[in-house]
Design a protein around this ligand. Structure first.
Ligand code: ATP
Ligand code: MG
Length: 386
């Protein structure tokens, strides 16, 4: 399959108005496209910067029809877009990624089945949908993490469990929703790979990212020569490509991995869209993950991204706006005084703990420099050193 190219001047649609949609809209507009965002929130980060903002629910047939009326092609910016909505849009317009791939990524158990089909190892796990399955859990999966199969993000819908009793009460706490129990693995590190795959099957990828999570939320991403071993990087890229290939995926896909003490790689999960851990590419690479999303959607050529700077990304969570119980503006002036700092804020009206408000990319010629600047910025902002 190949796509006819959708030339600049056309309108590109996006399901969802969060920060990922906003950065997609910026990339598309820079390349001369018009944009349409469908999101019910009148203040959504992407809706506010898009040419068209359709304020409707994600499954509202009228809203979907309006999006299809005005867009030449439609993409998505969060994985919980109902797959039937994408399928309905696909009857009228090019939709990438497709409903089928998004549906697999939406459900942890079908996602894991896909990983296994592609020959990529994931953490030992069991599906828990019935009391019988709960009772039959192999003790070898404990201690573990109970995760809802659907609608989890930033560590929400997850509970760490030590014993069978813990597990039973955690499942009750999650209202007996379909879950997977994953064995708790001793992580040496976490990394991720962003791949873009065109309709013709061509794939390009960003260099693998080394990620630090705190309390289940991405805190820091580091990308430079030696952030992870060359051998590990190769294995992570190969696994990501086989996962994308197996889905006949079109678009940008991110796969997150755990690295274990013995150097083995275990896949955690995938996101059928650009990913927080790929944000560094906006300033550290000659093609960002959002431009790759535009290119895959429009059928424009995919060229291999070239990293031109060592990069560190710091997530800016709402906590930075809330100190000692009072609202404050983080010290942007002092931070931007540091060479190679690039501030990205998403235009969200109110800060809440754990809410992703923006990110700071730090670029430099060397990894030492990038790290030193990022640590200085972190100290100014009140982010713990890494
Ligand atoms: P997001 O979608 O925002 O990436 P999520 O809510 O889907 O997050 P996961 O990626 O499943 O959550 O887990 C969040 C973090 O919790 C992981 O990045 C990792 O640090 C830790 N974690 C999750 N599963 C395991 C596991 N089996 N063993 C050890 N640590 C884990
Ligand atoms: Mg995750």
């Amino acid at each position: 399959m190949t796509f006819a190219v959708i030339e600049p001047g056309a309108t590109l649609g996006v399901m969802g108005g969060g920060q990922l949609g906003r950065m997609f809209v910026h990339a598309a507009q820079r390349m001369g496209y018009f944009t349409a965002v469908l999101d019910p929130d009148p203040d959504s980060p992407a809706g506010r910067v898009s040419h068209h903002h359709i304020r409707s629910g994600y499954v509202d047939p009228q809203g979907l029809a309006r999006l299809a009326d005005c867009s030449e092609a439609v993409t998505t910016e969060f994985e919980n877009v109902p797959a039937p909505a994408l399928a309905a849009l696909a009857l009228r317009r090019r939709v990438a990624p497709g409903a089928e791939a998004v549906a697999i990524a939406q459900d942890r158990s079908s996602e894991k089945e896909h990983f296994v089909r592609c020959g990529v190892a994931c953490a030992p796990y069991a599906v828990i949908e019935t009391p019988q399955q709960l009772a039959a859990i192999d003790a070898g999966l404990l201690p573990g993490i109970l995760k809802t199969s659907r609608l989890g993000y930033d560590g929400k819908g997850q509970q760490r469990v030590q014993t069978r009793d813990d597990l039973a009460s955690a499942w009750e706490g999650l209202k007996r929703a379909p879950c997977v129990l994953e064995k708790m693995l001793p992580l040496a590190a976490e990394c991720s790979v962003v791949v873009a795959r065109g309709a013709d099957g061509r794939m390009v990828h960003l260099p693998p990212q080394l990620n630090l999570h705190r309390a289940g939320i991405l805190a820091v991403t580091e990308v430079f020569e030696g952030n992870i071993s060359a051998d590990l990087a190769c294995r992570a890229v190969a696994a990501t490509e086989s996962i994308a290939q197996g889905l006949r995926y079109v678009g940008v896909l991110c796969v997150e991995f755990f690295v274990l003490g013995d150097g083995s790689l275990v896949v955690n999960e995938m996101a059928p869209r650009p990913h927080n851990s790929g944000h560094w590419s906006m300033d550290g690479c000659d093609v960002s993950q959002f431009e790759l999303q535009v290119r895959t959607l429009t059928g424009l050529p995919l060229t291999a991204p070239r990293q031109h700077s060592a990069a560190v990304m710091l997530n800016l969570l709402g906590d930075l706006w809330l100190q000692d119980g009072a609202q404050r503006t983080p010290p942007w002036e002092a931070v931007l005084q540091l060479p190679g700092t690039h501030l990205h804020l998403y235009g969200k009206a109110s800060a809440k703990p754990g809410r992703k408000m923006g990110h700071l990319n730090v670029t430099a010629q060397t990894s030492q420099q990038a790290r030193a600047t990022a640590l200085a910025a972190a100290a100014l902002l009140g982010i713990e050193p890494f």
